[in-house]
Design a protein around this ligand. Structure first.
Ligand SMILES: Nc1nc2c(c(=O)[nH]1)N[C@H]1C(S)=C(S)[C@@H](COP(=O)(O)OP(=O)(O)OC[C@H]3O[C@@H](n4cnc5c(=O)[nH]c(N)nc54)[C@H](O)[C@@H]3O)O[C@H]1N2
Ligand SMILES: Nc1nc2c(c(=O)[nH]1)N[C@H]1C(S)=C(S)[C@@H](COP(=O)(O)OP(=O)(O)OC[C@H]3O[C@@H](n4cnc5c(=O)[nH]c(N)nc54)[C@H](O)[C@@H]3O)O[C@H]1N2
Ligand code: SF4
Ligand SMILES: [Mo]
Length: 759
């Protein structure tokens, strides 16, 4: 037995990726976990979720060998050579018969792992795959589209230094998304000179800390923002100097806002006009406003309009480019972009940031259209659980010629695959994310692996390299000169790489796997190879920001220094340092101004406030928010229900008034019915919900093997020994309930009926 040892890594359960140290011992377990004070962003912070990460590393439904579906639907274990050969052959055949663009790619990374997506570009390019998507096309594409049109870029906010903080449909106490969220929230809350404003129909943990809680009626945020903007204009609380210097298109916007009937518009939200005015005055009077919109508005009615109004609020108050307000971070890999010229091939849906809207994927498959997708590669994602209308998405997967799933666990999606390729966990390979959005100092964290992968599983980098080889995309002759160059240091290697690989389209398509195969990094860091390419790109794109962080000199010197630092600083590295004075220079529209007037969305706003509300369907009197973040939820990364210390079933939250009217009690059962399906749930009666609004958590309803099944071989055992805790929210949602512009789902606004079920 060796002595346990503390090693740096990161939590993988939300986009913050807090630095942690794990005590690792024999048996490949994460025995104890604590925050890592050396991590540049989290500085020792964690929340309760990180401390039980061993439930991920040591899960009972871990995949341990490649699997192939048999004719009868069960799986058989196959060896890696067979798996790679057959997957390459099946996908090549689809490519030859229907064209590479019929091979759809979904995923590429979750909350903690973005290197698979980087390596997958090689496989996708080899196969000629063109269409892809990920969870971002269920949440952020409306925001990206609007941001791109208005600013040519996207912003984040500096909550640490703001005097007014605004959260729109966001509960950072539980969902985080900003560094050290609870510390920052508590500081704002207790400081009388700072104002915390929360817009949420529920009295969330964050709302409890707020100075102003705007408890909107579900789905009425566009009215609320319209009223706030109209008040800012009416009371002349807008920043004229900022608008003169940095915006254009002001007049049509002000004209629409002046015409908004403020009292009526407030009434639609269910909030007193006086409270809306108080919030507007706090926002208008802010020295530095930070604001964050998230799923409560992005997965809701008028989501794209809300993203637009939110950006108008930032622009009209001049909340960009000063400390404590909004900024444009320096990124290593940009996850965002605007709309492409091309539409999705079957439905003709708008593609934003290169992503097909998640809600149309099934429609792109379940059709006889000649351009329908015929095959899908799913990597580090669980769309059979996370996309709207799971039954229909399962049907779509079954209709495909070939489905390949790369995952660590037997997920809901893996169960429907033709081939399941088992990946090393995020602690068994070098991993990182590109969720790096801090400012003025921005950090990146390459985590060395804690354990070697067990026999039978491979890191995604190795899987994509083997696929490239099997598909004939790279040969030993391609590798030899690069291997040779690697012996003379990174700068020399980079020079040879730039000279040989980048000008050759065939080889540049394979850049990530060429780096992986030839750099020959030490094993615990091996999958970090692709970062040399990323470092090279970063020093070309943001030389000054990187130089301020110590990565200056010639591009080759800077890239070598940055890459070396990424490999060596196992608790993370500050790769960019920026200046507030440079932020407005990052507005990337052709005239470098913020374009305030988006005519389509202004017309939508006019229609919204003018038209009467559509009558409610009496059969579905409730609004169900399907997929709330809670203390122990983490999408489907954590499959073991024992990870959840409380609320194992993920209760339906119901207001006291509704519970009394329906005869519901905490711990009792209820039936939730939507137009799609019914589910039996456990009830939690709570004063935090408003009447007519109910909510279910995200990430539940997963199949998990019971303890006595631990020894069983995957696939060989019957499904019936698995248990399922809670309800999978997307059994209840419908894919046609989506945003008209970018197709994001209305998961937070599902019409529902709730009835008591007698025990
Ligand atoms: N604990 C935990 N943290 C997570 C995750 C997790 O699974 N668990 N997932 C991570 C991921 S992937 C994401 S995208 C983020 C999401 O983070 P959040 O967006 O904060 O998460 P949610 O709880 O889904 O939704 C936020 C709030 O929207 C509110 N809401 C519902 N309807 C409305 C409405 O009509 N208007 C307004 N204004 N609000 C409404 C809900 O009451 C809820 O408090 O969290 C990340 N962090
Ligand atoms: N109704 C409803 N639906 C929602 C939401 C909601 O609020 N309501 N939220 C949406 C949002 S914001 C998000 S982000 C999505 C999340 O949904 P998805 O993007 O589909 O992601 P996860 O559920 O996180 O699934 C991650 C998968 O990666 C696997 N995995 C873990 N580690 C590794 C690894 O190292 N390698 C590989 N290859 N696989 C690994 C896990 O086993 C799991 O199967 O859900 C969306 N769906
Ligand atoms: S869940 Fe998010 S906030 Fe909590 S420790 Fe993990 S990364 Fe940090
Ligand atoms: Mo998400």
């Amino acid at each position: 037995m060796s002595e346990p040892e503390w090693k740096p890594t990161a939590c993988i359960l939300c986009e913050c990726n807090c630095g942690i140290e794990a005590e690792v011992g024999d048996g490949r377990r994460l025995m104890r976990i604590r925050g890592d004070r050396r991590h540049p962003s989290s500085k020792g912070y964690t929340c309760e979720k990180a401390l039980r990460l061993d439930h991920y590393q040591h899960a009972r439904d871990r995949l341990t060998t490649p699997l192939r579906r048999r004719g009868d639907g069960t799986f058989e274990a196959i060896d890696w050579d067979t798996a790679i050969r057959e997957v390459a052959a099946r996908l090549s055949k689809v490519q030859a018969t229907f064209g590479g663009e019929s091979i759809f790619y979904y995923g590429g990374g979750g909350q903690g792992n973005h290197l698979p997506g980087a390596y997958s570009t090689a496989t996708r390019r080899t196969l000629g795959s063109r269409y892809r998507s990920s969870a971002l096309a269920q949440e952020k594409t409306g925001e990206f589209w609007v941001s791109d049109r208005m600013m040519g870029t996207s912003t984040r906010a500096d909550f640490e230094h703001c005097d007014v903080a605004l959260f729109l449909g966001k509960n950072p106490w539980h969902s985080h998304s900003i560094p050290r969220a609870r510390v920052t929230l508590k500081e704002i809350s207790k400081d009388p000179a700072r104002t915390l404003i929360v817009v949420d129909p529920r009295r969330t943990e964050t709302a409890e800390l707020a100075d102003i809680h705007l408890q909107v009626r579900p789905g009425t945020d566009a009215f609320l923002l319209a009223a706030i903007l109209a008040i800012l204009v009416e009371e002349d609380l807008v920043d004229h100097t900022f608008m003169d210097a940095h915006t254009e298109g002001r007049e049509p916007v002000l004209a629409v806002l002046r015409a908004i009937p403020i009292a009526d518009t407030c009434a639609r939200t269910g909030i007193e006009e006086s409270l809306v005015r108080r919030a507007a005055r706090a926002i208008g009077g802010a020295k530095a406003l930070s604001s964050f919109e998230d799923l409560g508005v992005q997965m809701n009615k008028s989501s794209t309009l809300v993203s637009y109004l939110h950006r108008l609020l930032i622009s009209l108050t001049g909340s960009l480019g000063k400390k404590g307000s909004h900024y444009v971070p320096t990124t290593l890999v940009s996850l965002i972009g605007g709309a492409s010229k091309h539409k999705s091939p079957v439905v003709g849906a708008r593609i934003v940031s290169g992503l097909v809207p998640c809600n149309v994927i099934a429609d792109e498959i379940l059709t006889d259209h000649p351009k329908r997708y015929r095959a899908m590669i799913v990597e580090a994602a669980n769309p059979a659980h996370s996309l709207a209308d799971s039954p229909r998405f399962r049907e779509a997967l079954r209709a495909l010629d070939t489905v390949v799933v790369i995952d660590v666990a037997m997920s809901e999606t893996a169960r429907l695959a033709d081939y399941v390729l088992p990946a090393a966990t995020q602690f068994e390979k070098a991993e990182a994310t590109f969720f790096n959005f801090d400012f003025p100092e921005n950090a990146f964290h390459l985590r060395p692996r804690l354990f070697p992968p067990p026999a039978g599983v491979l890191p995604e980098a190795e899987i994509h390299a083997r696929l490239a080889e099997a598909l004939g995309a790279i040969t030993q002759e391609d590798l030899a000169p690069l291997r040779e160059a690697a012996r003379s240091g990174f700068a020399h290697y980079a020079q040879v790489f730039l000279a040989r690989v980048l000008p050759d389209p065939r080889l540049s398509a394979q850049a990530p796997v060429l780096l992986y195969r030839t750099l020959d990094l030490p094993e615990p860091l091996r999958e970090g190879a692709v970062l040399l390419g990323i470092a090279l790109k970063a020093v070309m794109e943001s030389p000054q920001s990187l130089a301020r962080a110590g990565f200056g000199g010639s591009p080759l010197e800077a890239a070598e220094a940055l890459f070396t630092a990424m490999l060596e600083r196992s608790s993370g590295v500050v790769f960019a340092i920026d200046e507030w004075s440079g932020v407005l220079g990052r507005i990337a529209t052709p005239d470098r101004k913020i374009h305030l007037a988006l005519p389509d969305l202004l017309s939508e706003l006019e229609a919204l406030v003018r038209d009467a509300e559509a009558p409610k369907d009496k059969a579905f009197p409730f609004v169900l928010s399907a997929g709330e973040r809670r203390s122990f939820t983490a999408n489907t990364i954590m499959r073991d229900p024992a990870w959840r210390k409380k609320d194992a079933e993920g209760a339906l939250r119901v207001s006291v008034e509704d519970a009394n009217a329906l005869g519901l009690v905490t711990g009792g059962r209820a039936r939730v019915t939507t137009k799609r399906a019914s589910a039996i749930v456990t009830v939690e009666v709570t004063g935090s919900m408003q009447r007519g609004h109910v909510s279910l958590p995200n990430g539940l309803g997963l199949r998990y093997p019971s303890e006595r099944d631990e020894r069983g071989e995957r696939g060989e055992r019957g499904e019936d020994t698995d248990s399922v805790a809670g309800v999978a929210p997307n059994e209840l949602t419908s894919s046609e309930d989506r945003d008209p512009h970018v197709g994001t789902p209305w998961h937070k606004h599902v019409a529902a009926r709730v009835e008591r079920v007698d025990p």
